[in-house]
Design a protein around this ligand. Structure first.
Ligand code: NAD
Length: 477
């Protein structure tokens, strides 16, 4: 969503980057090297469908290869364009650096309305798109590893993995070419809900710091907090479900494409999701809550926490001054434009930035990638011999990483659970929780520790950019 007169999504990301580097001591050359997108491949391919040839346009951007493989989702939407894909790829670079997953940043997209095609047609289109990217090493376990994003999920990732395996029959690591796969196809437990789970863990961590919550005029924990969620897709649904079912938060409004639902006593998220499944994604006619036709106006509802979890640019110069939430957590990528960010900051609104807030997805994708490369199942160990093998593997991974200067570090929570022989889901959750806490601490130290950093977004950029810069300094360009 782009409002006339505002910078594009990519320009908005660059302007936010510039705010941070203005407070850092980087050479202009290195600063520019980190900011720019390394490459964007555009592909136009034809597929014979419904008796005629349809031409589709897709992209895969690689923002930074300071670490490889590069990582980032593939989005299916009619609004996909080069500017958007490059902005999202840049955010992936900063996100991976912030949560210390050893990846560079990438992103892909296909201009398509996935709802306009049947499943077998989508499979044909996805396999052809994947073929174009695979043959150029833009999907590859060692170089470029996609994942789901808006409009794609486990199903599309399974098709991509299978397409890669067919084209690379001798690659023993083929499964690691993409993450977010179904469990039966080499996926990992907890990946589907990982981004929403990460939003929950991020909010829990925020409220653990009374001083931070006080900056938004809030206190206590999540219990009883009123929440508005935009987008009840993968990220928004899981975040809303976990916050309401496990933390006692009250979801008072949900905003979807064709309207919104309001109930000041709290909405039943599971019931809305069931309605969306039956109605094909429409909230109209939902027996839960009161229907509001112009859903976007609900972003302006008084509430404690606003969670935009749909798409970029939804909080912009057109509505920023009417937003009343004192705390916004960017579950979507780029939901607040550069101009709106400034207005909200001046009003005292605290924003938990996208590169941190939605990093749960890439964090668990990292675990899935490690699982695929290790070729052993994760989870509770039955026999001591097997346990010993796992100990060896963890130690070996770390030794290899140190020897080759790869900079891989196994996150401590993940390693501890792994060595204890915990179940796979426990392993994933504890690793994710640990990651979200550690990354928050890193941002917080910069936010509170320096007199010139006024918000969490700039703090997050400073942490990320410093890490990317130090990789370049140690390895060379
Ligand atoms: N899926 C992931 O693991 C992941 C990870 C990190 C970030 N993200 C980001 O989160 C956001 C959502 O991704 P997702 O995977 O949940 O997508 P999704 O396709 O599963 O869900 C998106 C939801 O938003 C709704 N929506 C779209 N446009 C809207 C609008 N203008 N107003 C209200 N609702 C609208 C859709 O109907 C859908 O229900 C994107 O910005 C994506 O880049 C996703």
């Amino acid at each position: 969503m782009h409002v006339a007169g505002e910078p594009s999504f990519r320009e908005s990301v660059d302007l936010m980057f510039n705010r941070a580097v203005a407070l850092m001591d980087l050479s202009p050359g290195l600063e520019n090297k980190i900011r720019v997108c390394n490459s964007t491949y555009t592909v136009r391919f034809g597929v014979r469908l419904r008796g005629k040839i349809e031409t589709f346009t897709g992209y895969r951007s690689v923002h930074s290869e300071h670490m490889e493989p590069v990582k980032g989702g593939i989005r299916y939407a009619m609004s996909v364009n080069q500017d958007e894909v490059e902005a999202l790829a840049a955010l992936m670079t900063y996100k991976c650096a912030l949560v210390e997953t050893p990846f560079g940043g990438s992103k892909g997209g296909l201009c398509i309305d996935p709802r306009a095609w049947d499943e077998h047609e989508l499979e044909q289109i996805t396999r052809r798109f994947a073929y174009e990217l695979i043959k150029r090493d833009l999907i590859n376990p060692a170089q470029n590893v996609p994942a789901p994003d808006m409009g794609t999920g486990e199903r599309e990732m399974a098709w991509i993995a299978d397409q890669y395996a067919r084209m690379n029959t001798t690659d023993i690591n083929a499964k690691a070419c993409v993450t977010g796969k179904p469990l039966s196809g080499g996926g990992i437990q907890g990946r589907v809900e990982a981004t929403g789970r990460g939003v929950q863990y991020a909010l829990r961590e925020f409220f653990r710091h009374a001083e931070d919550a006080a900056k938004a005029g809030l206190s206590g924990d999540l219990d009883g907090k009123t929440v508005v969620v935009q987008g009840l897709g993968n990220v928004g649904y899981h975040a809303a479900k976990f916050l309401s079912e496990e933390d006692g938060a009250k979801i008072i409004a949900v905003i979807e494409r064709d309207g919104g639902l309001v109930d000041h006593d709290g909405l039943d998220i599971e019931a809305i999701r069931q309605h969306l499944n039956i109605s094909g994604g429409s909230v109209k006619g939902c027996p839960v809550g009161q229907y509001v036709e112009h859903g976007a106006t609900l972003l302006e509802l008084p509430c404690d926490i606003l969670i935009p979890a749909a798409m970029e640019g939804v909080i912009n110069l057109g509505n920023a001054d009417r937003i009343q939430a004192p705390l916004i957590i960017e579950a979507a990528n780029g939901p607040i434009t550069f101009g709106a960010d400034e207005i909200l900051r001046k009003k005292g609104c605290v924003i938990i930035p996208d590169m941190y807030a939605n990093a749960g997805g890439v964090t668990v994708s990292y675990f899935e990638w490690v699982k695929n490369l290790s070729h052993i199942r994760f989870g509770r160990m039955q026999r001591r011999a097997e346990e010993a093998r796992h100990h060896l593997l963890v130690n070996e991974l770390e030794r290899l990483s140190a020897d080759k200067g790869l900079g891989w570090t196994l996150n401590p929570g993940f390693k501890e659970s792994y060595l204890r022989g915990a179940g796979e889901l426990e392993l994933v959750r504890s690793g994710l929780d640990d990651t979200m806490r550690t990354a928050y601490q890193a941002m917080r130290e910069v936010w509170h520790g320096r007199g010139d950093v006024e918000d969490l977004r700039v703090a997050a950029y400073i942490v990320s950019i410093s890490r990317v810069a130090s990789t370049y300094r140690s390895k060379g360009l």
